[in-house]
Design a protein. Structure first.
Length: 344
């Protein structure tokens, strides 16, 4: 069989060419079941739309971009994969762009170079400030992810980092932990996400009457298991003591667990550990990791929905959607209070 054509997809799916065209272009009113059948036929046949013809006919490319700091960061890898899979069910292709968290690269995402190459961009900025986004209104559909500032004119999908960090820290306090380290503040300037999570941690301590000990703020250069291992190892070797570690993310928690095991400390009996992001690996660590779980599927659904609205002509004010996050309680934190002494 030669290169699959639109007619081949229509025959395989048992629908008209018009229906296939609607599914591929994201138009029309085909039912979800019909769209899934067409998408299955597209995947089986390996059909790839003629981007040039589509662009001439509709003014759109059928391609969206996802811009993140790095796909080596596990959370961004999972989110990018989920966006790609969801977009394909809508007949869209996804291209991934890495900014390395550098301001110049992130500013470039907002420039006109994206116009005509893709229909829209889902963007998770790390280094940009509020005025950067307010001063540069892109001439293409854009949806922001993450907890950084966003102008009222731009669509934005986020979670409540402060509330979730307060919840996970309170979880540790309720299980008897008193000297809770926070692993993951940057040695240089903190990102918006880190600042919010550290703020939630501080609020939980304050609410419980626990004094903040700055020595328990463990800094890293990067969000990796290696950096988590290094930071916790240095803290333990220096004689610092703690009975819990609230980690900025699961990658850092992975390194923290390794460091604790290497020093003969039992988790959670000696030190409890929590993470953030509920990565696939978190449930397979030992012990399985208690972690904050953002609803990643809901984040992806909201981002693609808002972007699709913009692509199809919505020009109203920015929609800011808060997505739920919940605590997943696993064996890296104790099931009952370990310590019964009064709060300091």
């Amino acid at each position: 069989m030669g290169t699959p054509r639109l007619t081949d997809v229509a025959v395989r799916a048992g629908v008209s060419m018009k229906t296939v065209s609607n599914v591929v272009n994201g138009t029309g009113s085909a039912s979800p079941a019909t769209r899934l059948r067409v998408q299955a036929a597209i995947e089986e046949l390996g059909y790839r739309p003629n981007v040039t013809a589509r662009r001439l006919a509709t003014g759109r490319t059928g391609t969206v971009a996802v811009a993140v700091s790095s796909v080596t960061v596990p959370y961004f890898a999972e989110i990018s994969n989920l966006i790609d899979r969801a977009a394909r069910t809508q007949g869209l292709r996804v291209v991934i762009e890495q900014t390395n968290g550098e301001r110049a690269n992130e500013l470039a995402i907002l420039e006109e170079r994206e116009r005509g190459l893709v229909d829209g961009v889902i963007f998770h900025p790390v280094a940009l400030e509020a005025n950067d986004l307010a001063d540069r209104q892109p001439g293409f559909p854009l949806v922001l992810l993450g907890e950084g500032p966003a102008p009222t004119t731009v669509d934005h999908v986020m979670i409540d980092n402060v509330a979730a960090a307060r919840e996970v820290t309170t979880h540790l306090i309720e299980r008897g932990c008193r000297r809770i380290a926070f692993l993951g503040t940057e040695r240089e300037a903190s990102t918006h996400t880190t600042s919010q999570r550290f703020d939630g941690y501080k609020k939980a301590l304050r609410a419980a009457g626990i004094r903040l000990d700055r020595r328990l703020r463990l800094s890293v250069d990067y969000y990796s298991a290696d950096d988590g291992h290094r930071a916790v190892t240095e803290a333990l070797d220096s004689g610092l003591t703690f009975d819990a570690i609230a980690c900025r993310d699961d990658a850092l928690a992975t390194g923290a667990l390794h460091a604790l095991h290497s020093h003969g400390l039992a988790v959670p009996d000696d030190v409890a550990v929590t993470g953030w992001d509920d990565l696939i690996i978190s449930r397979h660590l030992w012990p399985p990791l208690t972690t904050v779980s953002p609803d990643k599927a809901a984040i992806v659904e909201a981002a693609l929905r808002l972007l699709d609205d913009r692509i199809h002509g919505y020009q109203g004010p920015g929609r800011h959607e808060m997505i739920a996050a919940h605590l997943v309680d696993r064996q890296s934190t104790p099931a009952v209070r370990l310590r019964e002494e009064p709060l300091p």
